[in-house]
Design a protein around this ligand. Structure first.
Ligand code: SF4
Length: 425
């Protein structure tokens, strides 16, 4: 029985208990959210031990980090190192997006190495093995499931119907999703529809067998500000809403992926529409980047969008690194992207129903330590204590204030004035 089927029967399996305890929510309430498909807890019956992680309503916003080889850069050990670095920096999940070298071996190395849920994109395997056929795509899906992957991206929304909308409303950048473009290649070369869409019931059978969570990919996500919020994107969401419903009916957990590049003033509408069209399925966003002109800083443009999206209801943010659009990320890029995305997720949590009180307690801890000029307390409360310590001590000047104001420390001067009775005179 899948986790969702158990929850539908009113049971509270261990994964739900564990997530409820960590998030501070009643286990029965969480089980009801899982049963309704509003929370997913990715798990695969073939994989033991990943930390149960809940994604969705009433839970903190989670962060995924992508790793993986490319056809130019194939260093499997380096990618495992990045995955471990991401988890050490607080990533809640890791996706292996490898397209270079021995994909099967690296996937298993990452699954063995990390303690968090692992996701993947099976169509890459089919493409790399030059078997971009319906059978090749399903073989890849089943292989990933057997290896123990906890969630898979399947670009089911890229099909003849949505592509017709795209053709009628052309974009500046067309399709920027790798999985989306591979699906288009399949459709254009065979004349057949996307097999993951046309044979969706079969896909659900495989997912059910392994209790695999589906991440319904946004193959038509806009790749630039000019293309945001167009008809193809919304058509894909209408389609994904239908497919979420079918997954839930089959007892398969499903979340939905979203864009991409979106101007700040369209993000809230976009997130609310996606939530509405998918009956509040957990929403996993790749960004959204709020401008196109900041290569080298796209971890920041994505974090800006991530905060707004998280405030509007997005549940899962995919980390963007400073290398986005430029190069395969280094380990340092991955660490930087993980922390920046965690900051965005936390900023959203400060406003998020069900979690804001707990999230605000961390900020209060920092504020109290700052008010006391308690440096160790500030490091303890910091999202990245090592970075805070390194900056604090880098000049070797040790004072009880910081070198910004030194003897003119506003906090200390104001406290001394208050202690002398100002305001009570
Ligand atoms: S020295 Fe200035 S910046 Fe540093 S803690 Fe005091 S008020 Fe804040």
């Amino acid at each position: 029985m899948t986790l969702m089927q158990e929850a539908k029967r009113g049971r509270v399996p261990g994964e739900i208990e564990a997530v409820a305890k960590r998030e501070g929510i009643e286990p029965e309430k969480l089980a009801a959210l899982v049963a309704a498909g509003r929370v997913v807890i990715p798990r695969n019956i073939c994989r033991q031990g990943p930390r149960p992680t809940g994604i969705g309503e009433m839970l903190t916003v989670k962060v995924n980090v992508n790793v993986g080889t490319s056809q130019n850069l194939d260093n499997p050990q380096g990618e495992v190192e990045k995955a471990l670095a991401a988890v050490a920096a607080g990533a809640d999940a890791v996706m292996d997006l490898s397209t270079g070298g021995d994909l099967d071996a690296l996937r298993r190395m990452i699954l063995d190495a990390v303690s968090v849920p692992v996701g993947s994109v099976p169509i890459y395997n089919a493409a790399v093995k030059k078997d971009l056929t319906a059978q090749g795509m399903f073989n890849a899906l089943e292989k990933h499931a057997k290896d123990g992957v906890d969630f898979v991206t399947v670009h089911v929304g890229v099909n003849k119907n949505t592509l017709e909308r795209l053709a009628l409303d052309p974009r500046v950048m067309g399709v920027v999703s790798r999985g989306g473009s591979l699906t288009m290649k399949y459709i254009s070369e065979t004349g057949e529809d996307n097999p993951y869409y046309s044979e969706y019931d079969y896909l659900l059978e495989i997912a059910k067998e392994y209790d695999l969570t589906l991440s319904l990919g946004d193959g038509l996500r806009p790749g630039c500000i000019e293309d945001a919020s167009d008809r193809a994107k919304y058509m894909e969401f209408i389609m994904l809403g239908e497919l979420v419903k079918r997954a839930r009916a089959a007892g398969v957990q499903a979340m939905v992926e979203g864009p991409g590049h979106v101007p700040a003033d369209e993000i809230e509408t976009s997130v609310r529409a996606m939530k509405h069209l998918t009956d509040s399925a957990p929403l996993y966003l790749l960004g959204p980047l709020v401008t196109d002109i900041a290569p080298g800083y796209d971890h920041i443009t994505a974090a800006m969008g991530g905060v707004i999206a998280g405030m509007a209801g997005a549940d899962f943010l995919c980390a963007t690194t400073p290398s986005e659009h430029l190069d395969l990320p280094t380990t340092d890029d991955v660490i930087e992207g993980t922390y920046i995305t965690r900051i965005a997720a936390h900023a959203a949590d400060l406003t998020r129903p069900g979690v804001r009180e707990k999230a605000r307690a961390s900020d209060l801890q920092m504020a109290r330590a700052r008010a006391e000029l308690d440096w160790n307390g500030q490091f303890d409360a910091a999202i990245n204590p090592a970075r805070a310590k390194q900056i604090r001590h880098r000049r070797g000047v040790e004072t009880d204030t910081c070198t910004m104001c030194s003897e003119l420390c506003a906090i200390r001067l104001a406290r001394e004035a208050m202690n002398k009775g100002i305001g009570r005179q």
